[in-house]
Design a protein around this ligand. Structure first.
Ligand code: HEM
Length: 121
């Protein structure tokens, strides 16, 4: 298996665990269990880094199409939004309902835009 395939498989597994832990965090509620919360956050960071490296390397070997750029920007915005809303959710005081709703919706948008990005590379 080559490094590109390993990165994508690693990212896919990390994302799967991020989703599972995310649902468990929602079910557990505040105060969020520290281990689940930190694993969710760190695996999200690892997955974002692996996908980012993959897209960057693909862009080095051949220029990205306009469509791939657009999908990559939408994916990156969703991921930044997930980190920002995740940080607000983790504060001790209750988060505004809109922040929670965005953190529940953005994972699916990020997955769709990320899949389109990888498909267009
Ligand atoms: C790629 C990034 C991320 C993805 C894909 C993601 C995904 C998810 C998903 C699918 C859920 C469950 C939503 C539901 O029950 O419908 C969730 C919940 C949660 N996530 Fe994330 N997440 C990401 C990053 C983060 C980060 C960086 C943090 C913290 C800094 C965070 C904190 C939380 C918290 C606190 C919950 C529980 C929300 C609640 O109580 O409703 N997430 N996440």
């Amino acid at each position: 298996m080559n490094p590109q395939q390993l990165r994508i498989i690693g990212a896919a597994l990390a994302i799967l665990v991020v989703f599972i832990l995310g649902y468990r965090l929602t079910r557990a509620g505040k105060p969020y269990p520290g281990l689940l919360f930190n694993a969710h956050k760190l695996l999200a960071l690892a997955a974002a880094a692996l996908v980012g490296i993959h897209v960057y390397r693909a862009g080095q070997s051949a220029p990205l199409s306009a469509g791939a750029w657009a999908a990559a920007v939408v994916t990156a915005l969703c991921v930044v939004g997930l980190f920002a809303t995740g940080a607000v959710l983790s504060l001790a005081k209750p988060a505004p309902e809109i922040v929670r709703a965005l953190h529940h919706l953005a994972p699916y948008l990020a997955m769709a835009a990320g899949a389109v990005t990888l498909w267009l590379l």
